[in-house]
Design a protein around this ligand. Structure first.
Ligand code: NAD
Length: 499
């Protein structure tokens, strides 16, 4: 019986060290073949909380071999039995909700309610995978006398996922429920910055009764990802992370004939027009911009103020100034992120933007950690880096526009296409915008238009490379291939059908 992950003891933000994070291969904790590790930091304390295996091609080969060996038996297990493991995983995640939330908070920096949100949203994704036992039947039709055509959804084999740092539990669960319920086996490459959420998931999946080798993790960085995408036994890969890597990986996998779905970065536009409800708009924009310290691919990073909406901007600034660091908003992920975010704010200021709320010189709660306070840049122009590039931090850029169509043109010029929202009390204005936005996930008076299950998650343009959404039923389609069967079972000699 393999040993489970040791419980994470912390129940407060006080610094807590944690056990080393090895790979999980064939139901056993396994160090990297090279013995190398990377430090894992707690960003609130800027202190090393543990070490993660730094894997290479040999480790990837072991994990893929384990997944390949486990595939035939898992594929032959009926779907209704496969999802029972996921039902038990849900119960175990609910049992360990506090532990999981504190773990996410410590490795990622989210404040506790946000960390809990990461886990709960992961559980919601799991619920979709569970429901596949009632949804994933094939189709069949008698197309002629005695001739039946049917489609079944077959697993692909060994599948792989590569995930980012900002949702250590939820994003793996965008992939695993559909992939495993479909009968695939899986190798996950967690973010090397936040590997512990996946470590805990592996342990819970084992406790839930998942057979050894069906789910494996290989920790590490670029070399592990490249070995995984290049491995001939990996049939499909999903990636979530920055656009630069999504694009590279999509091209690399597709050139090898693999099924790839790669979700990238974002620059999400919120349009606010004068008839918007001031209270609702101000609170919603602030929650969207600064939730998870702005480190969400669905964060409102850019607001386009259409016409005269100064009172709403004043209200946004006033709420923003009241946010308490450490309680309402956590740190950012690294000192490099602090430097990058400062560079965007400095650069915008030098190019003429007004720093309405300045998060650059803030007192760090507890005197340490990687903090940037919530920041508002007003009078940003679309061509400034803060106006068109992903900052991935607690910075709201405001661009002023004279008309709704000018605002839509600014949104349309962005290479990204994850999310866009319109704040208005006019149905006609809302419809005009939604029909024209270049974004896969749109909102009306909603700051973070993440579709909840069963609706799929996925952007357009440079925010997604591949076909379809990653979650919802599209996810099941991605991790399966349709088998079409035509059968003749008839005693009559009808030759009218294509013979
Ligand atoms: P990242 O692209 O740096 O890393 C993501 C994963 O790719 C990690 O596991 C990392 O080890 C690996 N990786 C990094 N560089 C690589 C390379 N050159 N080759 C192969 N693999 C590589 O992203 P991050 O900093 O962890 O996460 C933040 C980014 O993720 C933001 O751009 C954010 O918008 C994006 N994101 C997008 C979505 C979405 O649904 N579209 C969701 C969450 C996060």
């Amino acid at each position: 019986m393999p040993s489970p992950a040791p419980p994470f003891p912390a129940r407060s933000h006080d610094f807590a060290p944690y056990a080393p994070c090895p790979n999980w291969i064939a139901g056993a904790w396994t160090p990297a073949a090279s013995g190398e590790t990377l430090p894992v930091y707690n960003p609130r304390h800027a202190e090393v909380m543990g070490h993660v295996a730094l894997s290479g091609a040999a480790d990837v080969a072991r994990a893929v071999a384990a997944a390949k060996a486990a595939f035939p038996a898992w594929r032959d297990t009926p779907l209704k039995e496969r999802v029972q493991v996921l039902f038990r995983l849900k119960a175990l995640m609910e049992r360990d909700l506090d532990e999981l939330a504190w773990l996410v908070s410590h490795e990622n920096g989210k404040v506790l309610p946000e960390a809990k949100g990461d886990v709960l949203k992961g559980i919601e994704c799991l619920e979709f995978g569970l429901s596949l036992e009632n949804m994933a039947q094939g189709e069949q039709l008698d197309v002629s006398r005695g001739i039946n055509c049917s489609t079944t959804h077959e697993p692909l084999g060994v599948c792989a996922g590569v995930v980012p740092f900002n949702f250590p539990v939820m994003v793996p669960l965008w992939m695993l429920p559909q992939a495993l319920a479909a009968g695939n086996t899986f190798v996950l490459k967690p973010s090397e910055v936040v590997p512990y959420g996946a470590l805990k998931l592996a342990s819970l999946l084992q406790e839930a009764g998942l057979p050894d080798g069906v789910f494996n993790t290989v920790n590490g960085s670029q070399p592990a990802v490249e070995a995984l995408v290049d491995h001939p036994d990996v049939k499909a890969m999903a990636f979530v992370g920055s656009t630069k890597v999504a694009k590279l990986l999509y091209a690399r996998g597709a050139a090898l004939g693999k099924r790839m779905l790669c979700l990238g970065g974002a620059k999400n536009h919120l349009l606010v027009v004068p008839d918007a409800d001031p209270e609702l708009t101000a609170t919603t924009v602030v929650a969207s911009a600064y939730g998870c310290a702005g480190q969400r691919c669905m964060a409102a990073s850019l607001m386009i103020a259409v016409g005269e909406i100064q009172p709403i901007i004043d209200q946004i600034a006033s709420i923003t100034r009241k946010l308490k660091l450490g309680e309402d908003m956590g740190p950012v992920i690294s000192s490099a992120a602090v430097d990058r975010i400062h560079r965007y704010i400095d650069g915008a200021e030098q190019l003429g933007a007004k720093v309405l709320v300045d998060g650059r010189r803030v007192a760090a709660p507890g005197g340490k950690g990687w903090w940037v306070g919530p920041t508002i840049l007003d009078h940003v122009r679309p061509e400034m880096p803060a106006g068109c590039e992903e900052i991935f931090g607690p910075v709201l850029s405001i661009i002023r526009a004279r008309s709704v169509d000018e605002a839509i043109a600014i949104e349309n010029a962005s290479p990204y296409g994850n999310a866009a929202s319109i704040f208005t009390s006019s149905g006609a204005v809302a419809r005009h915008c939604i029909e024209r936005f270049q974004a896969g996930m749109c909102g009306v008076n909603v700051g973070v238009p993440v579709p909840r299950e069963p609706f799929g998650f996925g952007g357009w343009n440079d925010s997604l490379f591949g076909q379809g959404d990653l979650t919802g039923y599209d996810g099941f389609r991605f991790w399966t291939r349709p088998r079409k069967l035509t059968s003749r079972w008839s005693l009559s000699k009808d030759a009218t059908w294509m013979s």
